[in-house]
Design a protein around this ligand. Structure first.
Ligand code: AMP
Length: 209
């Protein structure tokens, strides 16, 4: 099963991916996490993308496609793609990549959230450096799940959030149009408790092998 999880920044893609990964035993590929790990390690790639990400811009398609190509080969049991594709060029490349591996997309799930809610969530969230869980609080400094240190993402500043939403509307909404008539597209209401969103996603996957 190969799932694409779409939705604007803050829609809950990371949270739902983690749950789907455990439930269906899939490989979770978050391109944002891959890039943040490169930045943290101080690699040449990390240095190249650091400013782009902090400003809320997209990393160039060519670079993202080659990163994904390397990771996707290692996923035998299927993948959850979280944060890829973000442009129609990436969507086209993904189709070719999967076809070359004899695979295809099983479902494209869009988590839908009103923009006011997105801004509220992003401006009040912190992430755990250890387990990656999101804490919807700017005052807590320790993760409630594992005790790890909480931090604010460099691109969760009001200026960067505003720009990320503009980039999403400009570059990523066309990807939704690209998949909308594929017969594999489903929209889920993300403005509900996490468990209810998860139930709705699982229901949408009932007929998918
Ligand atoms: P995310 O964690 O998915 O919100 O991604 C954080 C940032 O990483 C994005 O704002 C982009 O700068 C970069 N990024 C992640 N995935 C992609 C992608 N598929 N294409 C281009 N840039 C990406």
């Amino acid at each position: 099963m190969n799932i694409i999880l779409m939705g604007c920044p803050g829609a809950g893609k990371g949270t739902q991916s983690a749950k789907l990964k455990d439930f269906f035993e899939l490989k979770h590929i978050s391109t944002g996490d891959v890039l943040r790990a490169e930045i943290a390690s101080g690699s040449a790639l990390g240095k190249e993308v650091k400013d782009l990400i902090a400003q809320g811009n997209l990393v160039p398609d060519g670079l993202m496609i080659s990163i994904l190509e390397n990771i996707i080969k290692t996923a035998d049991n299927g993948v959850i793609l979280d944060g890829f594709p973000r442009t129609t060029a990436q969507a086209e490349a993904l189709k070719g990549m999967l076809a070359a591996l004899g695979k295809e997309i099983s479902k494209v799930i869009m988590i839908d959230l009103p923009e006011e809610e997105v801004v509220k969530r992003l401006s009040s969230r912190r992430l755990c450096r250890e387990c990656g869980k999101i804490a919807q609080s700017v005052t807590e400094s320790v993760c409630g799940a594992c005790g790890g240190e909480l931090y604010t993402r460099a691109d969760d500043t009001p200026q960067s959030v505003k720009h990320r939403l503009e980039v999403y509307r400009r570059d990523t909404l066309p990807v939704i149009n690209y998949y909308e008539n594929s017969g594999k597209f489903v929209k889920i209401n993300g403005n509900q408790p996490v468990e209810k969103v998860f139930e709705d996603i699982k229901k949408s996957l009932e007929e998918v092998k």
